[in-house]
Design a binder for this molecule. Structure first.
Ligand code: GDP
Length: 200
């Protein structure tokens, strides 16, 4: 399950511009600031490989990375910029939904959820949309190293609350993994999980 080699392939502005070969893909998705760049960098053990433009209003791109010359790690634009204009939000959903609905090579979406905060509506909406469309998903909870903040809940309590809230939209509960890019928690488990899904 190890990553020996990663190559940046291309940035695509539209779903139809994405690479069209038959290699399996894992798409990484999450709210802006969820820790997506940190997680991708920690998975591939390279600094600064996740080049996604992070500024609201800037062109959002789908970035394809080829791993071990055999499968793609796909960095999707983050959603939920607090300051994004309404138009940019609409753009995000039509474009990203286009990607999901036309991808026969998609093995799973890794949906990143920040475990250091209570369940957020935008994440629940996204998880529910994916569930209703039968898109295979793995929940990757991020920032699990964060200790309980004043009055807040612990990561495991936030995770339990989140799972409870999405339950009715899934026939089977999706797999989920607790991670931290700060400590490396969950990294090997996630890589192993992805290799098992590829070999089904
Ligand atoms: P992105 O916008 O989703 O790509 O998020 P980034 O990877 O840039 O991370 C957003 C912020 O969260 C940064 O300040 C990171 O240092 C912090 N962060 C990311 N991952 C972790 C983590 O595992 N633990 C902690 N404590 N902080 C993290």
């Amino acid at each position: 399950s190890h990553i020996k080699d990663v190559q940046f392939v291309k940035s695509s502005a539209r779903a139809r511009d994405c690479p069209k070969d038959n290699r399996p893909e894992f798409a990484v998705l999450g709210r802006s600031n969820v820790g997506k760049s940190s997680l991708i960098n920690s998975l591939v053990r390279k600094k600064e490989i996740a080049l996604t433009s992070k500024k609201p209003g800037k062109t959002q791109l789908i970035n394809h990375f080829l791993v071990n010359k055999s499968w793609y790690l796909v960095d999707l634009p983050g959603y939920g910029f607090a300051k994004a204009p309404e138009a940019a939000k609409t753009d995000w959903s039509s474009f990203t939904k286009g990607y999901f609905l036309n991808k026969s090579t998609l093995v799973a979406v890794l949906l990143l959820i920040d475990a250091s905060v209570p369940p957020q509506k935008i994440d629940l909406d996204c998880a529910n949309w994916l569930g209703r469309n039968n898109i295979p998903i793995t929940f990757v909870f991020t920032k699990c190293d964060k200790m309980k903040v004043a009055k807040g809940k612990r990561p495991d309590e936030n995770i339990r609350d989140f799972q409870e809230l999405i339950r009715q939209n899934y026939k089977q509960h999706p797999p989920w993994i607790m991670t931290s890019s700060a400590t490396g928690m969950g990294r090997d488990e996630l890589l192993l999980h992805m290799s098992q899904l590829r070999n089904y």
